[in-house]
Ligand binder design. Structure first.
Ligand code: 0A1
Ligand code: ZN
Length: 877
């Protein structure tokens, strides 16, 4: 158990530093077991005369220290585990330090570490302090020059930020390269890579005609699998010029793929470092979802060049300033590259599964947190995805032109600065002449608001009165809430086929058929006039706010909205709401011992969707699938994992029984066409066909196994192979084991593909899944030191709602054991995996006790990291 409780850092305590480091020259002599880092910094006093300079540094051996080229007397400096404090300093001086680190022993994957023989760095948020003593905080912007020296045979490629200024050979088989980054940056954007890497290259001409070299570095042999990322990069560069007027600013832009990485990727200036999982793709190794993810992450990191690098955060409480905005940018890029409607549905699904869950539990925090123990724990769905939704609402409120004016002002006003969320919102106010005081609450209040809509139509006066009520539950540390400023996009759907204009009482022009209402009070009434017939209400179109929209509607009304709402998002939403009602009722019925029965209105509505499926394959695929078990669990208290699983299966089986023929015909018709291309239309066709496969194999008979097996064996790309295996993994049939052995042998030398093999087995609903997972933990391809392997097996298992919540607690123990073991190796990833226990309060008493037990055991672990301490104590408290 920890004896010293880690200290919390609070936003209200922010103070600008007393010194500024404006240049730093780093010199690395690389050696996995003893790397020497010499740093020469130019430092100026900016605060009090007598203030000491406190630099952060962790796991460093200090070998040399000089101020203005003279040794520092021991009386004038002090070193502890986390800091180097210098006193008696002049107002301006050069500081030289020499430190030694052990990259090969660094399993945290923060700072400088070695991944498969390649040196690489991860400095966000506070990794630079594991490289050298520094003002490791985002508000110190410095110009970096980096010289790297290493064995030429083992590390022929030496990279850092900026432009290459010099390179050459040295004695003893060593060589060096020197890089200079002219753009002042915080230390978290520093990067270094050294290793034996292959690369592909291309060129991009910016809108002002500058030529930029583009390079993607990968392990030798993987070069062909980097071409899709390169293509995505060029499209992202072009899009940012068009959508935001942002041009790239260095002569070279580099990406490096590494196999051991804590997150997806990192936006280091001019040298992005990627988890190879979100970079490498070929038709036979990557699914359509992988391709889409690569496109999105490549764009995300590239977009950070302006939203994060050129304009950065003053402190880590402002994290959403760069992350929420950059997610909003990458989501819109992907929407433009693919289908906007389908992309919105996918993004909302993720938001609901991850962010709504977070916001409703013990880890809830505002988009701008007020306090943290470890900032690593705040790279969350709230900061990223809800942060993006908040920007989407700003966009809705000021309109696309107002949005562009605001971002233009933001770039003009703050280029080269470290700023705050407040500075960002101010640009929206100044560019649009609007008061956003109340809107700011979206950054400060945690929790997901509920918006209740109630409409009343008067056939005599032809008026429709809409009452909107908002409420926000209390969340940890925030017992009382204030009403927020919420854009509510809405429209009417006529029972006849006509469009209905939305004219509010008192307006003297006929309104449009869709409009955005601004809800600012706890309760507000909007009266529409000249409404010719009683309409159906379509509210929260495009998911115009990250809220629960609640409206009373009959199953028949929802089925009508599913078929006819002008807004594709709300067509999907009506189907999800209908399915959810049906499924929760079925789950609760099972609870009382009566066999669950599917609802005829929903089953018929699915028939209508099928009849129109050919019009938009990807959209139909979304319409045809009911919410996941995890999503349903958020709607049932206490959530019953077995009843939810059974209800969902029963519904799918009932739909399959009613429309089996149609699914089969569609399945055959959508069969493989020509060679593989990863574009959205082809991916949509595959997705719909694989949804058909889900229904065609729903009965889990011998015949189902045969069809799934044939699907797997005849697949010509990874998407279809995985769909075949996913169908088989549900069935206790001989084809299943044979196919998994076959797949394993075919991809035995490809860790990223074996990850999929592990994930599929970990997500099986069959009773032996926990035993399988435990066995896979001893498979040679599993490696607790590589986050991708742990996420593939343990992360996928935690998301297996049925088996993770096994009544005897064996699922909890499996994950709990891994989390505790991982904590000694990689605390950041351990803390993230622990979020599996986040919603323990939503389950029955027995499961609650078992999950709490895991958290308590974790809190007692000797040497517990502050990362895991922070999440486990918040969860169990
Ligand atoms: N800024 C990155 C996310 C990131 C954060 C921390 C990391 O290592 C500890 C790595 C990446 C992004 O938003 O893509
Ligand atoms: Zn980011």
């Amino acid at each position: 158990m920890r004896t010293d409780e880690p200290r919390a850092i609070n936003l209200k305590d922010y103070r600008a530093p007393d010194f500024r480091i404006d240049t730093i020259a780093l010199d690395f002599a690389l050696d996995p077991d003893a790397t020497r880092v010499a740093a020469k910094m130019h430092v100026k006093r900016t605060g009090a005369k007598d203030a000491a300079l406190v630099l952060t540094g962790e796991k460093l051996k200090l070998l040399g220290l000089r101020v203005n080229n003279a040794d520092v007397s021991p009386a004038n400096y002090k070193v502890d585990d986390e800091t180097l404090t210098l006193s008696g300093l002049p107002d301006e001086f050069t500081l030289d330090t020499l430190t030694e680190i052990v990259p090969a022993a660094n399993t945290t994957l923060e700072g400088l570490y070695v991944s498969k023989g390649i040196f690489c760095t991860q400095c966000e948020a506070e990794g630079f302090r594991r490289i050298t003593y520094y003002l490791d905080r985002p508000d110190n912007l410095a110009v970096f020059t980096t010289r790297i020296e290493a064995d030429k045979g083992k590390y022929p490629v030496l990279l850092s930020n900026g432009n290459l200024i010099k390179s050459g050979d040295l004695d003893g088989g060593r060589h060096f390269a020197a890089w200079h980054d002219p753009f002042p940056k915080p230390s978290y954007l520093f990067a270094l890579v050294a290793g034996d890497l292959g690369h592909i290259e291309d060129r991009f001409t910016t809108m002002s005609g500058r030529k930029v070299d583009l390079r993607i570095y990968v392990e030798h042999g993987n070069e062909p699998r980097a071409t899709y990322a390169m293509d995505s990069l060029k499209r992202a560069m072009k899009w940012d010029e068009e959508a935001y007027g942002r041009e790239y600013d260095l002569d070279i832009f580099m990406i490096v793929a590494v196999s051991a990485f804590n997150f997806g990727a990192m936006e280091n200036k001019g040298l992005n470092i990627f988890n190879d999982k979100v970079l490498l793709a070929s038709p036979d190794t990557a699914t359509d979802d992988d391709y889409a993810r690569i496109e999105g992450v490549v764009a995300h990191e590239y977009f950070h060049n302006w939203t994060g690098d050129r304009i950065t955060c003053r402190d880590w409480f402002q994290l959403s300033l760069k992350e929420g905005l950059t997610v909003f940018r990458d989501q819109n890029f992907s929407a433009d590259m693919r289908s906007r409607g389908v992309k919105r549905i996918e993004d909302v699904k993720v938001l609901r599964m991850r962010q709504f869950q977070e916001d409703a539990g013990p880890l809830a925090h505002p988009v701008q947190p007020q306090s943290y123990i470890t900032i690593d724990n705040f790279y969350t769905a709230t900061v990223y995805e809800k942060g993006s939704e908040v920007i989407g609402m700003l966009n809705t409120l000021v309109g696309p032109e107002g949005y562009r004016k605001a971002t233009d002002l933001y770039f003009a006003r703050h280029d080269g600065q470290a700023v705050t969320i407040e500075d960002w919102v101010k640009c929206f106010e100044d560019a649009n002449g609007r008061d956003l005081s109340q809107f700011r609450l979206w950054y400060r209040q945690s929790g997901t608001p509920t918006i209740r809509a109630e409409g009343a139509y008067d056939a005599v006066t032809k008026k429709y009165a809409l009452t909107l009520k908002q409420s926000l539950p209390s969340t940890p540390g925030q017992p009382d809430k204030r009403p927020m400023h919420i854009p509510v996009r809405m429209g009417f759907v006529a029972k006849s086929a006509r469009g209905i204009p939305l004219t509010l009482e008192g307006e003297n022009a006929i309104g449009l058929e869709e409009r955005v209402l601004e809800l600012t009070e706890a309760e507000q009434r909007f009266v529409f006039v000249d409404v010719p017939e009683e309409p159906l209400l379509s509210i929260g179109r495009g998911f115009s706010a990250p809220a629960h929209f609640e409206v009373k509607a009959s199953a028949a009304d929802r089925a009508a909205l599913m078929a006819r709402d002008a807004d594709p998002f709300n067509r999907w939403e009506a189907g999800q709401a209908l399915a959810t009602n049906v499924l929760i009722e079925m789950a609760e019925t099972e609870h009382s011992g009566i066999a669950p029965r599917a609802d005829a209105i929903y089953v018929d509505a699915i028939g209508e969707v099928l009849a129109k499926a050919e019009a938009d394959h990807a959209f139909a695929a979304e319409m045809l699938m009911p919410p996941s078990e995890g999503e349903l669990a958020l709607k049932m208290q206490p959530a019953d994992p077995v009843a939810i699983h059974d209800a969902r299966n029963a519904l799918i089986t009932a739909i399959a029984a009613a429309h089996g023929e149609t699914f089969r015909t569609l399945y055959d018709k959508l069969g493989p066409a020509g060679t593989f291309t990863p574009d959205a239309a082809s991916a949509g066709r595959r997705r719909l066909r694989n949804v058909c496969l889900r229904y065609v194999t729903a009965a889990e008979t011998e015949d189902s196994a045969r069809i799934a097996d044939r699907h797997y064996r005849s697949a010509t790309n990874m998407t279809d192979m995985i769909a075949g295996l996913a169908a088989l993994v549900r069935m206790d049939r001989p084809e299943r084991d044979a196919a998994f052995v076959h797949f394993h042998d075919r991809f035995a030398d490809n860790p990223l593909v074996l990850d999929k093999w592990m994930s599929l087995q970990a997500s099986s609903p069959l009773p032996e899944t926990i035993a399988t997972v435990r066995k896979l933990m001893t498979h040679p391809a599993y490696d607790i030191k590589n986050p991708n392997r742990v996420r593939a097996l343990i992360g996928a298992f935690s998301a297996n709602h049925l088996r993770f919540h096994e009544a005897d607690g064996s699922g909890y123990a499996t994950v709990g054991d891994v989390v505790r073991a991982l904590d000694s190796i990689n605390p950041m990833v351990a803390a993230r995996m622990a979020a599996a226990f986040e919603n323990w309060r939503r389950y029955d008493d027995k499961r609650q006790a078992l999950m709490r037990g895991e958290l308590e055991t974790t809190l007692k672990k000797p040497g517990l990291s502050s990362n895991l301490f922070e999440v486990a104590s918040k969860m169990s408290g």
